[in-house]
Design a protein around this ligand. Structure first.
Ligand SMILES: NC(=O)c1ccc[n+]([C@@H]2O[C@H](COP(=O)([O-])OP(=O)(O)OC[C@H]3O[C@@H](n4cnc5c(N)ncnc54)[C@H](O)[C@@H]3O)[C@@H](O)[C@H]2O)c1
Ligand SMILES: O=C(O)C(=O)C[C@@H](O)[C@H](O)[C@H](O)COP(=O)(O)O
Ligand SMILES: [Zn+2]
Length: 361
């Protein structure tokens, strides 16, 4: 069953269309494309799978394509430059539209190119991974990595529409499905204990790609993200809760070398570390900690960081975080399953103990 969820941002409001067989449907795109020039940004894995269907849905317009290399290690300023090269070489004007066809890496880069080209042009997100359908395609965070820090160069730029065709998940590798489940579990942990309990009951169905369960998880995740983004578009307050596990996770991704740990895997382990620290501070019960880590493990995700990032190095990497204020690290921590808070008020010794012990208990 198809469903539409609105991201309510005044004149920048947009729909998230969720359903099957949407990417080849011209009616999904037409209302959101003003000019005749369209640039599809995709990658070398997704292009052979889905590019032709998108091209056909856009017939009648001038369509160009940029096919980027595949991988987190290519989410760089240098590679995004190829999108600008193409836009300029083809003389694309301000009324052009970019289409991001792929996972979160393509979405973040195409969105960033759209934010910058001629100081901002339209773009549409066509997410083809679970992670992108439940998280990265929604909310307008775009950008690239720097060797010294994850997502450190970017812009807020909202898409005109998100077209999430759940049938594209049929070709997604199991490891990537698990990575997407990390961000799904995140919504349960930060603000929806009922969803968390539902995920505990449905995790086997989700990993078996049961279509009804997957569609329900995607829609509930998007509703949750749409509400948070509508209330706090630029992360002045509660949007930071969407960063649960990410200060640890981004440190893992940067420390391990981009692409070695998937973003969702690093966030899975990062959420266990955040839960472990919350328990050490006396905010989270041992039972809730055990439930959180058990669900993350059941999703096929790691519950501990790689063994080769020493605590000092981990702390250095964690200090490169957009939530740092006046030199002080702020972390998203848990008070209960379904209740999170952002705080700088934690005992640094407890953080060290969490990192020293690595394996949450
Ligand atoms: N902007 C945001 O709000 C936000 C939110 C979460 C994550 N992110 C970013 O998103 C990125 C991770 O996104 P991701 O997990 O989608 O990774 P990804 O974009 O690297 O995609 C994962 C892999 O799946 C392949 N793929 C994509 N669709 C496929 C399909 N339908 N069938 C087969 N293979 C397919 C890709 O080519 C890639 O190899 C990270 O860079 C992360 O920082 C951004
Ligand atoms: O949309 C948000 O806000 C998020 O924090 C979603 C995260 O899952 C995502 O990984 C995001 O890219 C992290 O943003 P950052 O500002 O910490 O780089
Ligand atoms: Zn994330």
């Amino acid at each position: 069953m198809n469903e539409t969820i609105e991201v309510a941002l005044g004149e920048r409001s947009y729909p998230i269309l969720i359903g099957t067989d949407l990417i080849g449907d011209p009616a999904c795109y037409s209302p959101y494309i003003a000019g005749a020039q369209v640039l599809i940004v995709t990658n070398e894995t997704v292009a052979p799978l889905y590019l032709e269907r998108v091209r056909q849905a856009l017939a009648g317009r001038r369509i160009e394509t940029v096919v980027l290399p595949d991988g987190e290690q290519y989410k760089t300023l240098d590679v995004v430059g190829r999108v600008f090269d193409s836009l300029l070489a083809q003389r694309f004007a301000r009324d052009c539209t970019l289409i991001a066809l792929g996972g979160g890496v393509v979405g973040d880069m195409a969105g960033f190119a759209a934010a910058c080209y001629q100081r901002g042009v339209s773009f549409i997100q066509v997410p083809t991974t679970l992670l992108a359908q439940v998280d990265s395609s929604v909310g307008g965070k775009t950008g690239v990595n720097h060797p010294l820090g994850k997502n450190m160069i970017g812009a807020f730029h909202q898409p005109r529409a998100v077209i999430a065709d759940t049938a594209t998940l049929d070709t997604l590798p199991d490891r990537e499905l698990s990575a997407g489940l990390a961000e799904v579990i995140k919504y349960g942990l930060i603000r929806d204990a009922g969803f968390f309990a539902w995920l505990e009951a449905e995790m086997a169905a989700l990993r078996a790609r049961e279509p009804t369960a997957l569609a329900a998880a995607i829609a509930r995740s998007c509703r949750c993200k749409a509400e948070i983004v509508a209330a706090d578009e630029r992360e002045a307050g509660q949007r930071a809760l969407l960063n649960l596990g990410h200060t640890f996770g981004h440190a893992i991704e940067t420390g391990a070398g981009y692409g070695r740990w998937l973003h969702g895997e690093a966030v899975g382990a990062g959420m266990c570390l955040a839960a472990d620290l919350s328990r050490r501070l006396g905010w989270l019960t041992s039972t809730d900690l055990a439930h959180a880590c058990a669900l993350i493990a059941a999703a096929g995700l790691p519950v501990a960081p790689p063994g080769d990032i020493a605590t000092e190095r981990f702390l250095e990497l964690m200090a490169v975080d957009k939530k740092v204020q006046s030199g002080q690290l702020r972390l998203v921590l848990l008070k209960a399953i379904g209740e999170a808070t952002i705080t700088a008020d934690f005992d640094p010794a407890a953080l060290r103990a969490t990192l020293d012990e690595g394996q949450p208990r």
